[in-house]
Design a binder for this molecule. Structure first.
Ligand SMILES: C[C@@](CO)(OP(=O)(O)O)[C@H](O)COP(=O)(O)OP(=O)(O)OC[C@H]1O[C@@H](n2ccc(N)nc2=O)[C@H](O)[C@@H]1O
Ligand SMILES: Nc1ncnc2c1ncn2[C@@H]1O[C@H](COP(=O)(O)OP(=O)(O)O)[C@@H](O)[C@H]1O
Length: 294
């Protein structure tokens, strides 16, 4: 069933922005501009932020609860709304009030900021009657960050390039435990590390199931942030654990909800963790297609 936004008492409509896990992440090369070429399976999961939007007719984009350390002008939700507003060049004064309920770990490698931006693009394209196609929105999203196009694509995907080349993949329904080490990983710092493996052989989407995979960013991240290593060691007691994206979160597949509950119940006090389940589709997947020309 298609998504239908619910209004709160102040007239804000609520939209989900789900997280992702990188089931693996290989670096297979580097572009002339220094950006790294990746191969990764991006898996949508049910942990999410909520983006609240309320239309304005004075052309303004107003963030009602900017996060500490992220001024409104630099927040990806505001930047996404501005980008779409200028792309649409509407004759009416389209604007929006934005409020963000943040639950996803910031700088956690779960794509929270990128997903927030994608949700704003998907929702405002409908609310402002933009009628941009999914492909157009993905192009806009790439200007905001390498992970944004994936969330607009809206399906689990084998992702290549710097994040703009996507092939849908079927992934099984699974439970994961995610641990959140309390360190903020600098993505550019990890990518700059001279010890980073940058020449993992390319794999083909057809050979995915047999491929031996890893996260090439993990060893550099663990070296710089030993807390990530401690969390990996802890989770490895239960199932093979891996880092997502450029960290800091680590995750492991756990066989059943009962075992997930047991792992979380027994967590050390110094470790933050939560459960996620896989999603087949972005919750706004069908919503994005309605009312859009070709
Ligand atoms: C590696 C991933 C995998 O999902 O990590 P997470 O951000 O999710 O942890 C992403 O592609 C990250 O994307 P994103 O977080 O949007 O990174 P950006 O802001 O675009 O880039 C930050 C910096 O990292 C470096 N960078 C980023 C992506 C890439 N493919 N090659 C790079 O070399 C560049 O120096 C860039 O200036
Ligand atoms: N709406 C937003 N939510 C989270 N982070 C944001 C947002 N807007 C801008 N940022 C900036 O982007 C950085 C990375 O965000 P995030 O997506 O949470 O991490 P990651 O890319 O590791 O998953 C944050 O540290 C913050 O400075």
């Amino acid at each position: 069933m298609s998504f239908s936004p619910i209004a709160d008492e102040q007239g804000f409509l609520a939209y989900p922005a789900p997280a992702k896990l990188n089931l693996f992440l290989h670096i297979v090369g580097r572009r002339a501009d220094g950006y790294h070429l990746l191969q990764s399976v991006f898996q949508l999961v049910d942990a999410h932020d909520t983006i609240y939007l309320r239309l304005r007719d004075d052309g303004q984009i107003v963030h009602h609860n900017p996060m500490p350390g992220v001024p409104a002008d630099t927040d990806l939700t505001v930047r996404a709304a501005r980008l779409l507003q200028s792309k649409l060049q509407s004759t009416s004064k389209i604007g929006v009030d934005i409020r963000v309920e943040k639950r996803l770990p910031m700088g956690g490698g779960m794509g929270g900021g990128s997903s927030d931006a994608a949700t704003v693009l998907l929702a405002l394209n409908r609310l402002w009657n933009g009628k941009l196609s999914r492909t157009d929105l993905m192009g806009l999203g790439l200007q905001l960050g390498a992970d944004v196009p994936f969330f607009i694509f809206g399906r689990n995907a084998f992702v290549e390039g710097i994040g703009e080349v996507m092939t849908e993949v079927e992934t099984p329904d699974r439970h994961f435990v995610v641990l959140h080490p309390q360190v903020h990983v600098s993505t550019p710092e990890i990518f700059k590390d001279p010890n980073l493996t940058r020449n993992t052989p390319s794999i083909k989407v057809r050979g995915l199931e047999e491929a031996v995979t890893r996260n090439d960013l993990e060893s550099c991240a663990v070296q710089k942030y030993p807390e990530i290593g401690r969390h990996l060691d802890y989770l490895n007691q239960f199932a093979p654990a891996r880092m997502t994206g450029s960290g800091s979160c680590v995750f492991a597949e756990i066989a059943s909800q009962a075992e997930v509950d047991a792992v979380l119940f027994g967590l050390l006090e110094s470790i933050n963790g939560f459960a996620v389940q896989t999603l087949k589709r972005h919750p706004l997947y069908e919503y994005a297609d309605e009312n859009v020309s070709a």
